[in-house]
Ligand binder design. Structure first.
Ligand code: CP
Ligand code: NVA
Length: 305
């Protein structure tokens, strides 16, 4: 297997365009093989620790299944069951866990905790979601777009809603792959400034206010929760700010006739997406969720083998 330049995956921008393509191609191959009952190994005698400071359905399960199917052993480590929850430092935890584990997969409230882990770990660290980015999500999303559209470069993605962690990784990865991105968000809820500037250096990335303008001629519509994990205290304020930011049939009609709809999930039906769209013929959200498994497998093989 070709050697990867990166050791960790903290930002989707850690990967080059070619490396992303390699991961997607491997993920698609693994998906095809799995459907025929073929399960290649690669992680034998490797034990992966998964530290979660926040809840997870997809990321945790997809990583656990990925590791098991590749012949490795996953250990789920809930933040509050570790001494981390009682104040042991991230740095000391990183140094100790690196003596046992082949890789640390980490979901944390603050991106700086993941950076702290990377700086002090001697094994690869994977960001399984922080307040700034969700790189593993975008690998599955790009895979889904590639499967459905047959290409990435030249596609237009419209993001409707909060300029959050998933939006940041979407901007960075789509721009890297030669896609354009229109983000429709209310004032005060724009994506990370540094990521936006980097995205704009790579491709056409605009911040708009009108969801219909953003959706116009889009190949992909993407949305996420109005209230992300950690933003709960501002739920009422956010519900007001985002009330016009949802993917409904009007927004879908503004996009290309063959547009696909993505949502990283969990969805809040009736808020950022309607039932009609989520369960309709343009929705790719459940294929997208499945692709977490295949994309995680490909990432682990590229990083660890
Ligand atoms: N999309 C995603 O990361 O979902 P979970 O929070 O369930 O892992
Ligand atoms: N933006 C959401 C994504 C969940 C997968 C959150 O951070 O809660």
């Amino acid at each position: 297997m070709k050697e990867f330049t990166m050791k960790n995956l903290i930002s989707i921008g850690d990967l080059t365009k070619d490396e992303i393509f390699e991961i997607l191609q491997l993920a698609i191959r693994l998906k095809g093989e799995r459907s025929k009952g073929i399960f290649p190994n690669g992680l034998e005698h490797k034990t992966l620790g998964m530290i979660f400071e926040k809840p997870s359905t997809r990321t945790r399960t997809a990583f656990e299944v990925a590791v098991v199917e590749l012949g490795g052993y996953p250990i789920y480590l809930n933040w509050n069951d570790l001494q981390l929850g009682r104040g042991e430092t991230t740095a000391d935890t990183a140094r100790v866990l690196s003596r046992y584990l082949s890789c640390i997969i980490m979901r944390a409230n603050s991106h700086s905790t993941i950076i702290d882990m990377v700086k002090n770990a001697s094994v690869p660290v994977i960001n399984a979601l922080s307040d700034i980015e969700h790189p593993c999500q975008l690998l599955a999303d790009l895979m889904t777009i590639y499967e459905k559209k047959g290409a990435l470069s030249g596609m237009k993605l419209a993001w409707i809603g909060d300029g959050n962690n998933v939006c940041n990784s979407a901007i960075l990865s789509c721009a890297l792959m030669g896609m354009s991105v229109d983000v429709a968000c209310p004032p005060g809820y724009e994506p990370n400034g540094e990521i936006l500037r980097r995205g704009q250096q790579l491709s056409a990335v605009r911040i708009l206010r009108d969801p219909l303008e953003a959706a116009s001629a889009a190949d992909i519509l993407y949305t996420d929760a109005w209230v992300s994990m950690g933003d709960e205290a501002a739920s009422a304020l956010r519900a007001r700010a985002f009330s016009a930011y949802r993917i409904d049939s009007k927004v879908l009609d503004a996009a290309k006739s063959d547009a696909i709809v993505l949502h990283c999930l969990p969805a809040h039906r009736g808020q950022e997406i309607t039932d009609e769209v989520m369960d309709g013929p343009h929705s790719a959200v459940f294929d997208q969720a499945e692709n977490r498994l295949h994309a995680h497998k490909a990432l682990l093989l590229k990083l660890l083998c």
